[in-house]
Design a protein around this ligand. Structure first.
Ligand code: DO4
Ligand code: MG
Length: 295
């Protein structure tokens, strides 16, 4: 079962979507309200939603027919880094911190007990399906980072999975790792969606395929895929580090790191379109806009 948010007749609708692609509007504004109500009724979120929608007709609609919004207005999006070999190797390629024969900070964090976790975005900087992600004006090497996102409660319970795009500037981080916040956070630098797949309906979250496609002038210019089984960490482990001595809000999204990096010579351009697909969740599609063209 997936949870979506969309606009209909100027109203925001929260809805459950069953596997037969039927949509059931829910009498709540936010998934976290459903989670809290399910807890009060001592039911799992899935069972609670089943009790709400049972006997209802639902509407047969494809996601593409809806004006989708972010599936949750996440107060904060956090991100994990260097959790896949692919990411470690890409950072080692771009960094100016390499000294022959010596480990970089990326080599060390890949093996360290403490993972890299950083604040990626806030609600105002995060966009949903089909909204443009923006490029930075001071970077010449920008890529999407396709990542599985954990939707968690303030207590760290993983309620669902979504798709995240951790837009990144390889040249800014490569120049100096201390520039990480500038390489990662700006207006429209994070996209999530198109849906949240309820955790209890995912058979094996460590076996999800992630596919990234980038189109330029309607031509496919990048297509890469990977699987969450290549993740070096466990999801609970990442969540527990995020929670340590922290204040975490209901509905926070924790991105779990990228397993796909486009070829080193690739940089995003204005007018590109990025698609990130996790078959169990859907396809997150966003056009790319440069700062001068933003309206
Ligand atoms: O170390 C920088 C960030 C890494 C990252 O965002 C990732 O691995 O996904
Ligand atoms: Mg990332």
């Amino acid at each position: 079962m997936r949870i979506i948010r969309y606009i209909e007749d100027s109203h925001v609708v929260l809805a459950a979507m069953t596997d037969d692609r039927t949509i059931y509007p829910l009498p709540f504004a936010d998934l976290m309200d459903v989670v809290r109500e399910a807890k009060k009724n001592q039911l799992s979120v899935f069972c609670y939603i089943q009790t709400i929608i049972s006997g209802k007709q639902g509407v047969k609609k494809e996601l593409a027919e809806l004006h989708l919004l972010v599936p949750i207005v996440a107060p904060e999006v956090w991100a994990s880094g260097v959790t896949y070999e692919k990411s470690r190797d890409a950072r080692n390629y771009e960094t100016s911190e390499k000294i022959d024969g010596q480990e970089t900070c990326y080599d060390r964090v890949y093996h360290a007990e403490r993972p890299e976790i950083f604040l990626k975005s806030t609600a105002a900087r995060t966009v949903g399906p089909n909204d443009p992600v923006y490029l930075r004006s001071d970077s010449n090497w920008q890529i999407p980072e396709p990542e599985l996102g954990l939707v968690i409660t303030g207590e760290g319970e993983i309620v669902g999975y979504t798709i995240g795009n951790d837009m990144s500037c390889r040249d800014i981080e490569g120049e100096n790792p201390l520039y990480l916040p500038q390489a990662k956070i700006w207006k429209h630098s994070c996209a999530i969606g198109p849906a949240i797949r309820l955790a209890e309906t995912v058979e094996d979250p460590y076996n999800l395929q992630i596919i990234c496609r980038i189109y330029r002038n309607d031509q496919l210019v990048v297509e890469e895929s990977a699987n969450t089984r290549q993740l070096k960490r466990r999801y609970d482990e990442l969540v527990s580090f995020l929670l340590r001595d922290n204040k975490v809000f209901d509905g926070t999204v924790l991105l779990t790191g990228t397993c796909i990096v486009p070829p080193n010579q690739f940089t995003l351009e204005d007018g590109d379109r990025i698609e990130i697909e996790v078959p169990e969740i859907g396809v997150l599609s966003n056009p790319v806009k440069s700062p001068v063209k933003q309206t």
